[in-house]
Design a protein around this ligand. Sequence first.
Ligand code: AMP
Ligand code: MG
Length: 353
Amino acid sequence: MSIQTKYIQIATPAAVQDQELLEAAQIIRDGGLVAFPTETVYGLGANALDEKAAKKIYEAKGRPSDNPLIAHISCYEELEPLVTKIPQAGGKLARRYWPGPLTMVFPKSPAVPYGTTGGLDTVAVRMPSDPVASRLIALAGVPVAAPSANLSGRPSPTTARHVWQDMNGRINMILDGGPVGIGLESTIVDVSGPVPVLLRPGAITLEMLRDTVGKVDVDPAIQGPPAEGLRPKAPGMKYRHYAPRGELTLVEGESRAVVSAIRRLVEEGLAEGRKVAVICTEETRDQYSGGILRCVGTRTRQETIAHNLFAVLRELDDLGAEIIYSESFSQDHLGRAVMNRLMKAAGYRVIQV
Ligand code: AMP
Ligand code: MG
């Protein structure tokens, strides 16, 4: 089922011209699939109100269809038709952080088909700030359901080249707006109940959410593997995610102990003739030798690590890394989101030293 995938380079993403987006908007209105940049990761867009279009997203990604999609809007007025009510916390957070990397879960209105929400009575909505994403949604004239534009289970795409690797021949169009800014998927917070619940950490941090609305609970599935038989609040949480093909293990502990443990593990792997890789930071890169070494960023600026993480995981796939050891990160602010993705990518394999 191969289709021709058209590749469009946006000349100046920050000042995108409507002309560059008209065909993409038409494809979405006609029920087709367009991948586009957002400030978080590349999204795979379709008309969120068209169940058949949503179904195509699941097919293109190879994604289980009980995993709901986020509906993307271009202005606040587009929220109202999608939801039955806008709880106070939702309104406050929208005013403070929209447009931006924050998704909120609301009770859904009948306009949103169950094919988009994975059968749930709630709908997740986000208003992206990226100019290409925002203008495309406005021109499409419909809310745009857009999960990350990767094959299910693979690391999310942060460049159009990543999207091409996964989606060429499966979707109608890719809009190349250059590398994304943040590099991790949006924060998700459920505002449909009495107390907001963080379902997925992202660039709008728990600290920022609490600063705006006070009490915010954290879904237990963020911290560790979902308990057997428990139905997670964000259905996406139950699936293996973001994973490289190699076997990733996190090493946690005091910095010098982590480095020496990883050095020893690399030597063991190499002695067994395995292709071994290390994910390190600017602070430690000089302390390793042997194996494939990739620096993910600097600990003094968490946003560099968020920005590079998925690209590094994909690069290690391309290089055929069989065993990967990664340093760990502090779990405050953006670090919570980084560690959430790394833990999932590692299937929660952690060595404490
Ligand atoms: P992705 O589209 O790849 O960024 O993943 C979307 C995430 O949003 C998944 O983890 C979904 O489970 C979550 N999500 C979407 N809609 C809802 C909803 N109505 N309630 C809870 N989680 C949702
Ligand atoms: Mg995804």
